[in-house]
Design a protein around this ligand. Structure first.
Ligand code: ZN
Ligand code: ZN
Length: 396
């Protein structure tokens, strides 16, 4: 571990010497970091995994994907939560009488969130709720000004998330109206580079914006060869849980899933069997972790010890590389191996400025037998964390 610290410190020093990083963002005047709320318990809760962006037969561009087929695969691979978010424009906003009213919309083991893909001329978002809500209202204001949309979203008590923010259906709304952003859309990790750039830009601007995953899968396995259509080839490549979003909630409930998603206690893994990235910080270097990803603390000006771990299925002989991003720029990279891969590094967050740290892990991919072509689509991308924050304004 100590070697890891030294190597990373060296990499960081070289990186800093080699380029002029943009100046550290300042905390807004009158918002001293010392007034931040206390950090929630790191142990009193439960890790839950799910997929937040799936289309069923209620989306007109889906095939062979009844709700029951999606739920069954989610149950088979041990998912805790699911958002079947069909295109609302395909039903003129009335998801309540389509997806949510489908007799197959039920599960004994998976928490089914209520939501829809808010599908507009300016981009798509996932609306999420623990219970039914009046989605029609959000649909009806889709072409209005962002200020009004944000007001309606707030009145409905929704978690709104920007989908596939860059590309053909790029998210063209203000990020002030969303609580999270889809930084990993579909099994094909390589297509998400621009989403990551947008995410870092929003984080650098002081927005404590959660990064999440979503398979955006539309197509199920045909029951018979006759049912196959051209896009049925996507079923073995992109399906439930490619990628898988993990949340650390205070209880196993839909409310807790959404609360965790909002506060950023979230990481994303390539598939339901891939290990989970955990990222913690020890503020006073006493050996006990004080923060996890999503948490925001006042920087003291003293060094902080960070720890990255992979938890879950580690294939024999697997090896990984952790890349640390600080304030949108590469901070360092170092290896992780063994049955319980972990790595440590130390850095001193500035006491009078905002900063954030997040990590991405690449390495030996974990097979997903039910969706066998997905591992190849994800390449060596294993997972990513949300940031650990210092001096972010909670009232931004
Ligand atoms: Zn979309
Ligand atoms: Zn979609």
């Amino acid at each position: 571990m100590r070697t890891g610290i030294f190597v990373l410190g060296l990499v960081s020093a070289l990186a800093l010497a080699g380029c002029a990083a943009s100046p550290a963002p300042q905390t807004p005047a009158g918002k001293p970091g010392g007034s931040l709320p206390p950090i929630a318990s790191l142990t009193d809760g439960v890790w839950m995994k799910g997929d937040l962006h799936i289309h069923s037969r209620h989306s007109k561009d889906s095939s062979n994907n009844p709700v029951s087929k999606i739920v069954k695969l989610a149950e088979t691979v041990g998912m805790d939560f699911l958002c079947i978010c069909d295109h609302d424009n395909h039903v003129d906003g009335d998801v309540a009488h389509h997806t949510w009213a489908d007799p197959e919309f039920k599960s004994n083991s998976v928490l089914l969130l209520y939501g829809a893909e808010w599908t507009t001329h300016r981009g798509h978002g996932t609306a999420l709720s623990a219970r039914p809500y009046d989605h029609q209202r959000l649909y009806d204001v889709r072409d209005q000004r962002d200020v009004l949309i944000g007001k309606v979203k707030k009145e409905l008590g929704l978690h709104l998330s920007a989908n596939h923010p860059s590309g053909g259906d790029n998210f063209g709304f203000s990020y002030d109206i969303v609580d999270s952003i889809e930084v990993w859309n579909s099994a094909v990790w390589s297509r998400n580079a621009n989403a990551i750039i947008i995410w870092d830009d929003m984080l650098k601007s002081g927005r404590k914006l959660t990064g999440r995953g979503g398979s955006d899968s539309h197509h199920g396995y045909p029951d018979t060869p006759e049912q196959a259509v051209e896009l049925s080839r996507q079923a073995p490549a992109n399906n439930v849980g490619t990628p898988t979003t993990w949340v650390f909630g205070t209880s196993r409930s839909a409310d807790a899933v959404i609360a965790a998603l909002t506060n950023g206690r979230v990481s994303v893994s390539a598939n339901p069997y891939a290990p989970r990235v955990e990222f913690n910080a020890d503020l006073n270097q006493d050996g006990a972790m004080d923060m996890m990803m999503g948490d925001n603390a006042a920087a003291t000006g003293k060094p902080v010890a960070f720890r990255v771990r992979l938890v879950g299925n580690i294939p024999p002989g697997a090896s990984y590389t952790v890349s640390v991003v600080k304030d949108g720029a590469p901070f360092g990279a170092f290896p992780m191996t063994g049955a319980a891969p972990a790595a440590d590094f130390v850095d001193t967050p500035a006491s009078a400025a905002r900063s954030y740290y997040r990590v991405q892990v690449e390495g030996t991919q974990t097979p997903y037998p039910q969706v066998p072509e997905s591992a190849q689509r994800s390449g060596n991308m294993i997972g990513l964390s949300n940031p650990i924050y210092f001096n972010f304004d909670p009232n931004f």
